[in-house]
Structures are given as C-alpha cells and as structure tokens.
Design a protein around this ligand. Structure first.
Ligand SMILES: [Zn+2]
Length: 253
C-alpha cells in the first residue's frame, strides 16, 4: 500500500513537472516548440544501403538543395503525385528550404515524406574534429526539429558518403544509429546530361535499393516522366526510410 501511495505521488509529481515544462516550453521567443520530439536513442551505428528483406520497395533520397528551382520541382513532384521521398537537407541552406515548409509539413505528417540529417554545413565529417562532427549533426537536427517539427534520428547521411569508425561512433552516441548510405545513385550532385542521368537511373532503380539523388542541378526535373515511368515498369514501390526499415518518427529509432 505504502509503495503504491509513493508511486502515485511520484506519478502526480511527474504530471505537474510535465505541465510546468510544457508551459515553459511555450514561452520561448520562437513560440511553442513541438513537445513530441522523442529523445535520442543512442547505440552502435551501422550503415544501411538497401531494404532488409526481399520485395520491390525503393527509397528515393534527395540531398542538399543547392539549386532552389530543382528543390521546388522535387517538392511539387511529391505534392502532385504522392511519390514517397526522403529529403536530406542541410541547415546552411535554411532560406531555400524554408520556402517549402508549408508544403512539406503535411506530407511529413502523413508519412509520405521523411527528413534525414545531412549535417548543417556539409563538411566532410572525416576531416572534422570530434566536437565539429557533433556540432554538425546536432545543429542540423535542431534546425530540422524547429523547421519541420520532426526528428531526423536515427538517419544520418554523411556528406559525400565519407565516414569512418570515429564519425560513426559519434553519430551513434547522438542517436544517429543508421548511417544512410546508398546502393544506387543518379550521380547528379554536379552537372550531368539527361542521357547520362537516365543511364545512371536504370542502374540505380532496382528492387530494395536506397537511391540517392540531389536537388542541385535541374537535369532531373526534366526527366520526372521518364523516371516515374521506369519505376512503374519495374513494379517498384517507392517508400520512406521508416517504411523500409521499420523505424518511426514517434520514437526516432
Ligand atoms: Zn550532400
């Protein structure tokens, strides 16, 4: 009885504390913060490149956003067609991404679009100090939480795919336990011809693949009909990372 009594008092105390934290959280200069961002779940980090099982899922991931027009076209594609996409934004391009927050939030809320962490400045993590690696990841996560009201954990895409045991360990300690690599690439981080991009896409769009593309050069935006036709012909099912790997936004792991 006594134990139960204490337990109940503790429970009520926690409720009161929770209410106080909520009130405090709503008083910041930037307005109410999203209260349901789950805490980090640290652990050992491992890379992912493809679906864990058989099937025809593909995870299309879009990095950076260096070309505002291309990013706008990708957002329109997601809005207009319902295509599942994962965006991997960098906070130093916050002004560009901010234009699409209104369009993206509902797609994020319904699980059609996901946001993964691609670091704040897009520095090569293997050349950064431990403190810089931590800051690059955490600053981007903070920006994503404020901007898109969702966590990017546990997915970290290292800039240029450069990582090592040290950077993986730091990422894992911050709850980024899935290092988001890829099986196939459109290879369009820098200028590429339409012919070459389609050759790359035919190699990349295979069952189970995580595929990387970029919102950096406009070539891809002129190929959407061909790319979506290829996806359809091959019977591929575009999904988010959560759908492919069984993670969730409410847990962030
Ligand atoms: Zn990048």
């Amino acid at each position: 009885m006594t134990a139960r009594g204490h337990g109940r008092r503790d429970f009520l105390g926690m409720l009161a504390l929770g209410a106080a934290v909520t009130v405090l959280g709503g008083c910041g200069p930037s307005g109410p913060r999203k209260p349901e961002i789950p805490p980090a779940v640290p652990g050992p980090a491992a890379s992912v490149t493809r679906a864990p099982g058989p099937g025809h899922q593909i995870a299309l991931t879009v990095d950076d956003g260096f070309d505002p027009e291309t990013l706008a076209a990708y957002v329109r594609l997601a809005s207009d067609t319902g295509l599942a996409l994962t965006f991997d934004p960098i906070g130093r391009l916050a002004d560009t991404w901010q234009r699409h927050v209104k369009a993206l939030r509902p797609l994020i809320d319904k699980g059609q679009v996901q946001i993964a962490n691609h670091t704040f400045h897009h520095r090569l993590l293997t050349q950064c100090s431990d403190a810089q690696v931590r800051s690059e990841i955490e600053r981007n996560e903070d920006w994503i939480e404020k901007t898109f009201r969702v966590t990017s954990r546990p997915y970290l895409r290292p800039p240029s795919g450069l990582r090592d045991a040290r950077t993986d360990a730091i990422a894992g300690s911050l709850g980024f336990t899935r290092i988001l690599m890829w099986q196939g690439s459109f290879e369009d981080a820098a200028p590429v011809s339409a012919t070459q991009l389609m050759i790359n896409a035919r190699k990349a769009l295979l069952p189970g693949a995580v595929v990387v593309g970029h919102a950096n050069v406009g070539t891809v935006t002129r190929l959407y009909p061909q790319l979506t036709a290829l996806i359809r012909e091959r019977g591929l099912q575009p999904v988010t990372l959560d759908q492919m790997f069984g993670t969730s936004r409410s847990v962030g792991a």
